[in-house]
Design a protein around this ligand. Structure first.
Ligand code: GLN
Length: 310
């Protein structure tokens, strides 16, 4: 018999209180703004097919989206290249850290769109003749996923661009391999701005729901991307979204997801709902410790494991 609880009445504060007790993990220190994050910040939100959005306390507190943007960049690149992005990027998990300086052997392609190399390329494949045009298109696209106008944190964008040495290295490597057409600096600039987009748990949950529900934003009703593109993106989230922790995540949590250094996790439970779980302390694979705990509980309590039968 199913023990599923109803997401419409699920006690969000109780969930938050339970996962808040999880200690451990380290706040990312790659840029000053992330290093200064409050390690007690914790927010969880659900976005349901009827457009209802349910947030815990702090679910409207803004943070930079960081790598949780990667599935959406992949989606926009697929749409803007009419699927040709799939020839330019691999879709195999790497078993390595998100910023590993490594491309697919033989082809020189990024291994998948969920690691930095891949996201630098998907950001470059988004339609637009220059940095500003691509940036505008990305911001408009992300806003459509979120169902409201989003902004860039300019300080975060500047520091990501300035201090992202490994991203510059990856972009140069892709130039050398002939897989990146725009300049290395332009690629890093656009990617840095995409990582610096401000969201909150509620917005991120709606973004996840749009992927989970065939590309249709349940709040605005807009078909943001074709159903087929949403399916492609969610498939790659399932295999690569938690970097070198993707296998463990899939077994235990079983919901396609994307982690990020700001401590955000965006989840897309196919056909069911979108969710976001955010708290800055990260484990060794760059996954939010409380975010993982919240995702695990949501999966268990709401019966969201994609390979579960209950
Ligand atoms: N902006 C970060 C970077 O490129 C994003 C990485 C992440 O969230 N895992 O290093």
């Amino acid at each position: 018999m199913s023990s599923r609880r109803d997401p419409r009445t699920y006690d969000m504060e109780r969930l938050r209180a339970a996962v808040f007790e999880e200690r451990g993990g380290e706040v990312d220190d790659s840029i000053p703004q992330l290093a200064a994050a409050d390690d007690e910040f914790c927010a969880i939100a659900l976005a349901l097919p009827d457009g209802e959005v349910r947030g815990s306390v702090q679910a409207r507190v803004a943070f930079s989206v960081q790598s949780a943007v990667k599935p959406f960049l992949f989606a926009l690149a697929l749409v803007d290249t009419d699927g040709a992005a799939l020839d330019r990027i691999g879709i195999e998990p790497t078993g390595e850290a998100f910023d590993a300086i490594k491309l697919e052997s033989g082809t020189g392609r990024p291994p998948n769109p969920m690691v930095n190399a891949g996201a630098l390329l998907t950001a470059a494949l988004v339609r637009g003749d220059d940095v500003e045009a691509r940036d505008e298109r990305i911001l408009a696209g992300l806003s459509a996923f979120a169902g409201r106008a989003l902004d860039v944190d300019e300080e975060v964008a500047r520091d990501e661009h300035l201090l992202g040495d490994r991203n510059h290295a990856l972009a140069h490597l892709m130039r050398a391999e002939g897989t990146l057409e725009v300049s290395a600096d332009d690629a890093v600039a656009v990617y840095a701005r995409a990582c610096a987009v401000l969201v909150d748990a509620e917005a991120l949950a709606v973004m996840g729901a749009t992927l989970a529900l065939g590309g249709r934003n349940p709040v605005t009703g807009e078909q943001v991307i074709p159903d087929r593109v949403a399916r492609d993106v969610v498939s790659v989230m399932a295999t690569c979204g938690v970097y070198d922790g993707s296998g463990r995540w899939m077994r235990a949590v079983g919901i396609p997801a994307k982690s990020s250094v700001s401590g955000a996790i965006v989840l897309a439970a196919p056909g069911r709902l979108g969710a976001a779980a955010v708290s800055p302390p990260l484990d060794d694979q760059g996954t939010s410790v409380r975010g993982r705990a919240a995702s695990q509980r949501l999966s268990d309590d709401l019966g969201l494991h994609v390979f579960g039968s209950a």
